[in-house]
Design a protein around this ligand. Sequence first.
Ligand code: ADP
Length: 445
Amino acid sequence: MFKKILIANRGEIALRVMRACRDIGIHTVAVHSTVDADSMHVRLADESVCIGGPLSKDSYLNVPSIITAATITNSDAIHPGVGFLSENAEFAEIVRDHNLVFIGPSPQHITDMGDKVKAKKIATKLGISVVPGSDGGVSSLSEAQSIARNIGYPILIKATSGGGGRGMKIVQNESELAEAIQMAKSEAEASFGNSEVYIEKYLSHPKHIEIQVIADNFGNVIHLGERDCSLQRRHQKIFEESPSPVITPDQRAELGKLAANSIKQLGYRGVGTIEFLYSDGHFYFIEMNTRLQVEHPITEQITGIDIVQEQIKIAADDKLSFSQQDVKFSGHAIECRINAEDPDTFSPSPGLVSSYHTPGGPGVRIDSHLYSGYKIPSYYDSLAAKLIIYEVNRKRCLARLKRALSEYVISGVKTIIPLHLRIIDNPEVISGQYDITTLERMTTA
Ligand code: ADP
């Protein structure tokens, strides 16, 4: 097992990884930018190294600085967390070239799945249904027109290297197509350094259902069930639950088996998430994330498995210590992402957290780096806390969530707690029959 792990990240996820390390006796090294010197992840780590200025490119994306920090602290491995360098195959390779372990899958798997067109091709080969659309990148308007006519409007233009819900354009009819393609291409180039776009049928009221998988180096693969992440703002998740209120045990077992078998055939190792859109009783693959997901805690709550510890153990070449039969799903878990944002406009609200009080009691878990007196910097994403609620069933889980949300005090900055309170009063959410458009309809009503 590793003696020391450097965590190449910040915020709540850096703390989450650090806690997993500490629980199994691994020393931790935090890296931080100059504005993050007073951050909780720096305070709680065994050691810390300043790796650059506030801009992500100067610090959390600064590969030479991170590798140097790992070398001078004698770290054995680097955990990339989520975001930043977590899906950067070149970084994974550089880490390996410096005789350090990258806690994640092979660079090849990161590359393959990071290209969403390639990922869809791989999924198709493995017998997984994908959302109907172009076979690859779309190069000309006439090609786009003919594909769109074939699958029928509305369609969605997506960036091949896209992520974070950015770079998608819904096109309702042919008259909008030319301009939308142009815009999507230039946005994709600006955001991802790759202008290639592809086309998918725009499914109008699907659910976002994803399956968590874990694979070791010895061919053992298991799935940990699904998460329903359909409540999204601007294609970004803000409320997730497991199990999904609409998935039956048979569907779970079938989809889980499909996901686990596919991972096995790919020779993938580590943790990963296969994402589907669920519409009219069918599951359509959209992408695979080759890293830990922000919403992993809800799966931990209902399975009792510490996904981050498993991820670390697998990277250290340990065998999975349990089989699919050992995995038992029990109870219900919901995660609310508490972003420091205006709850109506979603514009970021950085600044001083003047007072901070967390809810407590049974079944309440908070993954957060906030503290009273902490200044949320404006340079990074707005995720301030994750409130994770566990109860024996969904109805009681929603009631406990309401109680916990109303106890949570974060003063000085705006947060989306008021929006979460509205979400859990929404009839579609209460019934479980919500989809990816529910939140948008709620916030524009
Ligand atoms: P990203 O990698 O940017 O997160 P995804 O492909 O995972 O992009 O899609 C993010 C979200 O966008 C999905 O959860 C869904 O809400 C929406 N979306 C993606 N593809 C489609 C589609 N073909 N039809 C309708 N909505 C879609």
